[in-house]
Design a protein around this ligand. Structure first.
Ligand SMILES: Nc1ncnc2c1ncn2[C@@H]1O[C@H](COP(=O)(O)OP(=O)(O)O)[C@@H](O)[C@H]1O
Ligand SMILES: [Mg+2]
Length: 459
């Protein structure tokens, strides 16, 4: 039978302490190490035999046990940030034998990985909040300017007395198509055309590699439609009573006829089934391309009862660009404040702000938004480096911009180059080699800019 005393006699305690995941140090009253476990020695890049008998500060310059030796009271969950890589969370306790103070011990853990994970989670949370599309007409920039007419028309698509109509939204990438579809949905609920719980189903028609799969997704399937198929509701059916948002509708291809039938008759048939299922759906089709050319004429006619055109960023006034700029900065501030419970102040260097406003954005408002967010990111200290401040002020400077300082005439890394960079990075290439590779396909991008890009996009 194993007894408690056996643990002592056979040095089992030591083995147990050595196999735990935390570092452990025990010092006498003078700070001399009388015990250190293996984790502690590993953290200190040393060996246990070399540590024991020496002063702890030789291995742990800011050792918390030293404070405990002074105060003779425990310190819990103290964080120490060593210059360099190490970052510990430590609890340290005094040792009394009888009534006499004899030394102290600490139990600690390297929290870099946890910190890093925390940071990444916070970063993702933040950017998730930042990329949310506006769903409130009043927070849309340009509702009294470039978007005034289109918003009135958009309201009419669902709010007119003649009943809700299908519509088409045309605009370059990043001009607010998804946003507008959401606004229409929200407005339809507001005016009672749609139920509060009405569905909003979004399909990216470009996502399907094959039109059979697309048809199954959109129209659903009955058991036995193909080998092993189950009964499944399609997206069209799921959208019944609400809105079906067909994004990139120019990629509809072969199932246009099925779609037309569904819209005309108000009924669908699941693939492999005969049953007609009634559906009541408002369709909004969005595209960057001219749908009149990409669609069957009958389908186009059905959908284009209202055509909503969103202007590119280029077509908008400078004042509106400024409003968009302020809007995204404010959004960033709000997101940080609500995520971290601190006051966050951002100021932009004058030239930097101008560069951002004057740059050319092929991906429109989304790209403007991303450039603003990235520059603020680049100017902001890591959340783990923020100690107990309750106000953080950052200044965004030219060096924080993700593009050339030459008044940003062109955003230097375009979409295709981005894809190439990401591709090479995934294959294990570093920035210098990626830079060389890109030259051979006509891009001259300095390696440090690639490094910067990768830092921003791969975390
Ligand atoms: N007028 C606007 N006011 C404020 N934000 C806008 C405006 N238009 C677009 N955005 C924002 O720009 C981003 C891109 O818009 P999105 O609707 O996704 O574009 P698209 O679907 O056309 O590619 C979103 O974050 C959206 O909220
Ligand atoms: Mg979109």
């Amino acid at each position: 039978m194993l007894k408690y005393e056996d643990l002592h006699e056979n040095k089992l305690f030591e083995r147990i302490l050595n196999s735990c995941n935390d570092g452990i140090n025990v010092v006498d009253k003078k700070g001399i190490l009388i015990y250190a476990n293996k984790v502690s020695a590993d953290y200190a890049n040393s060996k246990r035999e070399e540590m024991i008998g020496k002063h702890i500060s030789l291995f742990y310059p800011q050792a918390v046990v030293l404070k405990v030796l002074e105060t003779q009271t425990a310190i819990l969950d103290e964080r120490i940030h060593y210059v360099g890589q190490k970052k510990y969370v430590i609890s340290s306790y005094p040792i009394y034998i009888g009534n006499e103070f004899q030394g102290a011990y600490s139990v600690f853990q390297d929290i870099r990985e946890i910190d890093e994970l925390n940071r990444r989670i916070k970063y993702l949370e933040l950017h998730l909040a930042l990329s949310k599309t506006e769903t409130n007409i009043t927070s849309v920039i340009g509702n009294k300017g470039s978007l005034e007419d289109v918003l009135i028309k958009a309201k009419r698509t669902v709010g007119s007395l003649a009943g809700p109509r299908h519509s088409i939204i045309i605009g370059e990438s990043g001009t607010g198509k998804t946003m507008l579809a959401n606004l229409i949905y929200k407005y339809a609920i507001e005016v009672g055309v749609l139920d509060k719980k009405a569905p909003f189903i979004e399909i990216n028609c470009g996502q399907f590699t094959n039109s059979d799969i697309a048809a199954l997704e959109i129209f659903g399937s009955e058991e036995g439609a193909y080998t092993g198929s189950k009964q499944k509701k399609g997206l069209f059916e799921q959208a019944s009573g609400g809105i079906l948002f067909l994004d990139e509708a120019h990629a509809l291809e072969n199932y246009q006829t099925l779609l037309l039938k569904a819209i005309e008759s108000g009924r669908i048939r699941r693939i492999g089934g005969n049953r007609e299922i009634p559906v009541d759906v408002i369709v909004i089709a969005a595209s960057t391309k001219n749908l009149k050319e990409a669609m069957l004429p009958e389908l186009y006619q059905r959908l284009a009862q209202y055509e909503l055109y969103l202007p590119s960023l280029k077509e908008r006034s400078f004042a509106e660009k400024k409003s968009l700029f302020n809007h995204f900065v404010e959004k960033y501030i709000n997101a940080v404040e609500s995520l971290h419970g601190i006051k966050f102040k951002i100021s932009f260097d004058k030239e930097t702000k101008e560069s951002i406003l004057k740059a050319n954005y092929p991906r429109n408002i989304r790209q403007l938004r991303d450039v603003i967010n990235y520059s603020i990111d680049a100017a902001t200290p890591l959340i783990t480096d923020i100690k107990d401040e309750n106000t953080i002020s950052v200044i965004v400077d030219l060096e924080h911009l993700p593009f050339e300082k030459s008044h940003g005439k062109k955003i230097s890394i375009d979409e295709r180059a981005e894809d190439l960079i990401k591709g090479y990075y995934r294959q294990g290439y570093g920035p210098r080699r990626i830079s060389k590779k890109l030259i051979s396909v006509g891009y001259n991008i300095e390696y440090y800019r690639i490094a910067y890009y990768l830092k921003k996009h791969t975390g």
